[in-house]
Design a protein around this ligand. Structure first.
Ligand SMILES: C[S@@+](CC[C@H](N)C(=O)[O-])C[C@H]1O[C@@H](n2cnc3c(N)ncnc32)[C@H](O)[C@@H]1O
Length: 247
């Protein structure tokens, strides 16, 4: 399969990940970062997928990616909180479910985001969602996995907890390509925590290609897949200018 773009150890494919992943000539992938559609949360064409179809899509991704991933490799799935129970069920069936992380989208003690501040509290029936779940799982888990650590330990600057504070990529950000773009700091920490330097990571729903930038920043290689050509074009341009700037 011909890549859409390649640079600095990052290969971007433009297509449906259900077609691209089975055709990949790759093995030994250590980490998957999956940020799929949220299922009708966004008013974008790419988010018009029913919850049942989303589960089916992720099931296919886990099965096909699993054939190219290492034993006890890691996977993170970004997830809109109301969908987390269904995705947890899928991960329990198809992978080794390890836990829920909560991404708090503002720093502790910070002011509410503009959107939160505009909520009408008079008719409050549900709380404004200012967090996102990230489901953490092990792909190809072995029953005797305690004797097969997923990674060698690297001292991190902070403790490992399930509450992650990272400001979102704001609409005014100069580097914003996608309205669900994930912060580079968050992606770089995931990659550093769950893969070894030089290893390959897979992102089946690449959007802006931010995970590819984070892979280059952290000395990993990356395989990215994105279905919408307009995002591939912008993501490839970002990768090119980033890699050139470092040369
Ligand atoms: C939540 S966004 C990902 C944003 C990305 N993490 C970032 O930081 O920019 C989901 C992306 O998945 C893409 N997508 C949806 N279904 C897909 C599929 N079956 N195969 C590949 N990409 C898909 C959408 O076009 C959209 O850009």
């Amino acid at each position: 399969m011909k890549p859409y773009y390649e640079t600095g150890g990052v290969t971007l494919y433009c297509g449906d990940c259900r077609d691209v992943i089975p055709a990949l000539d790759a093995s030994g992938i250590e980490l998957m970062i999956a940020d799929p559609p949220y299922s009708r949360v966004r008013d974008d064409a790419w988010d018009r997928i029913t919850p049942d179809d989303l589960i089916q899509l992720l099931d296919e991704v886990i099965m096909s990616a699993g054939k190219r991933m290492k034993t006890n490799s890691s996977a993170y799935f970004f997830c809109w909180p109301p969908f987390s129970d269904r995705l947890t069920g899928l991960l329990r069936r198809r992978a080794g479910f390890l836990g829920h992380l909560v991404w708090a989208k503002r720093l502790a003690g910070g002011a509410p985001t503009g959107f939160a501040a505009r909520q009408n509290v008079r008719v409050l029936r549900k709380y404004f969602t200012e967090t996102e779940r990230i489901l953490f799982a092990e792909i190809n888990p072995r029953p005797d996995r305690a004797s097969y650590p997923r990674r060698t330990f690297h001292a991190m600057k902070s403790r490992y907890t399930d509450l992650w504070y990272y400001p979102p990529v704001g609409s005014a950000s100069r580097l914003r390509i996608h309205n669900c773009q994930k912060p580079l700091g968050l992606l770089a920490d995931m990659i550093t925590i769950s893969s070894e330097p030089g290893s390959v990571i897979l992102d089946p729903f690449a959007g802006s290609c931010a995970s590819g930038i984070a892979a280059v920043q952290t000395g990993r290689r990356a395989i990215l897949v994105e279905r919408e050509e307009s995002y591939c074009e912008k993501g490839a341009a970002w990768l090119e200018s980033f890699v050139r700037g470092r040369a």
